[in-house]
Design a protein around this ligand. Structure first.
Ligand code: SF4
Length: 63
């Protein structure tokens, strides 16, 4: 799997990096940066949950 981020849609709620800090991190403005775009199998469950919880639909998954 590969995480994709639509930076124009991200408004910085922070749910993604709160839920999966090994995969997502905040930039200086609190917006999302994908630090691990291809999560390991151990990181995958939390990464998928973080994508699903984004209120702006800014995150997606390419399989
Ligand atoms: S949860 Fe969505 S809107 Fe919030 S920081 Fe993450 S990607 Fe951006």
């Amino acid at each position: 799997m590969r995480i994709v981020l639509d930076v124009e849609s991200c408004t910085g709620h922070g749910r993604c990096y709160a839920l999966a800090p090994a995969v997502f991190a905040p930039d200086d403005m609190g917006h999302c940066e994908v630090v691990t775009p291809e999560p390991t199998s151990e990181q995958e469950e939390l990464a998928r949950a973080a994508v699903a919880t984004c209120p702006e639909d800014a995150l997606g998954i390419e399989e």
